[in-house]
Design a protein around this ligand. Structure first.
Ligand SMILES: [Zn+2]
Ligand SMILES: [Zn+2]
Length: 342
């Protein structure tokens, strides 16, 4: 059977209309995604322009933040991180400090593709000894292994932090996705795993640098980023244990890196190293204890006026009830800006 010319024309018209509709819909969806503050990752390879345009512009960064934010532009010289500002309401003054990253560490990982020179094999049984205290506290009885087939994938992350961070009157909950960026451009995640997973089980899927990727390849740290601490000049200790004739080796924080800047959360407050026994402020005075948001206020090397900041703690020291076990607790201290992950 052959269609008549009229039927053909009708079919053609319907096809063109459908095609146009699909194109317009896709365009609208992509615009929506650009404006969205959703942090739902996507594996889309669509090339989109970034706020910073792949360059650094610290002109409108508040003076107190310049030293700290400049570190983003120098720490990762393999996968560039950019810093700039955004005047989102067009009134001529900047509203957000912006950090953009492809979320790829320059340190080694089991989770790199085997073709990447930064790929390094890892015996996950090492985590039984590295996180021995947690293993006992959490009653972990599993067999450590990699986090499935997940590998580190290039992302396009834009983090916008308020230009004048301050304590929020009503504290907001952190999401189970990017809540901040380390100085090497890698995501910080909070203290939770997506249910039904349990974070104290996921700990045993961490690579040799205390990170792992989620299902869309977003590599992240829930705890002390030990290789970043080492690469920033922090003090780490070589550790090893021999069990059943096999020697397991790892590096560990030695409790003296509390003054080391590691990155920022979305609310614009900095994240410092694990709180150790000798944690002091910039002038060497002892500091106040950590609050329920995993932070406190005092001067630091980068912020010589007293500033609020978070701390992380070495993962092998705590159980789930230790309030400074993770990068944050469930809530931000300040008002978070936004993050897009593509
Ligand atoms: Zn995770
Ligand atoms: Zn501190």
């Amino acid at each position: 059977m052959f269609e008549s010319t009229m039927q053909k024309n009708v079919t053609k018209f319907v096809k063109i209309t459908l095609f146009t509709f699909v194109i317009i819909t896709l365009f609208l969806i992509s615009c929506k995604k650009d404006d969205s503050t959703s942090s739902t990752p996507s594996t889309s390879s669509t090339t989109t322009s970034t706020t910073c345009g792949n360059t650094n512009n610290l002109t409108n960064i508040p003076t107190a933040y310049v030293t700290a934010l400049t570190k983003y532009t120098t720490v990762n010289n393999t996968y560039t991180v950019n810093v700039c500002t955004e005047d989102s309401d067009g009134d001529g003054s900047a509203d957000y400090m912006v950090v953009e990253s492809t979320n790829r560490p320059k340190h080694k990982s089991y989770y790199w593709q085997a073709t990447n020179t930064l790929y390094e094999d890892f015996d996950f049984a090492t985590n039984l000894y590295k996180y021995a205290a947690t293993k006992t506290a959490a009653g972990y009885t599993g067999t450590p292994a990699s986090a499935g087939p997940n590998k580190i994938l290039e992302q396009s992350i834009t983090m916008k932090m308020p230009i004048s961070p301050s304590e929020a009157t009503t504290k907001s909950t952190t999401a189970m996705s990017t809540i901040g960026l380390a100085l090497n451009g890698v995501s910080f995640f909070n203290e939770s795993a997506s249910p039904p997973d349990v974070i104290t089980d996921e700990l045993f899927t961490f690579d040799q640098c205390s990170g792992h990727p989620e299902k869309n390849g977003v590599y992240h740290y829930h705890v002390d980023p030990i290789c970043l601490i080492r690469d920033l000049g922090g003090s780490v200790t070589d550790n090893s244990t021999t069990a059943s004739g096999t020697t397991y080796s790892w590096i560990e924080d030695n409790n003296t890196n509390g003054g080391l800047l590691l990155g920022f959360l979305l609310d614009g407050f900095p994240v410092y190293g694990p709180v150790g026994d000798n944690h002091t402020d910039y002038s060497g005075a002892s500091t106040s204890s950590i609050d329920s948001y995993n932070g406190h206020s005092h001067s630091t090397t980068e912020f010589q006026s007293v500033t609020y900041h978070y701390h992380v703690k070495t993962a092998n020291l705590g159980g789930t009830n230790n309030k400074v076990f993770w990068i944050t607790n469930a809530k931000y201290y300040g008002t978070p800006g936004s993050v897009t992950v593509r």
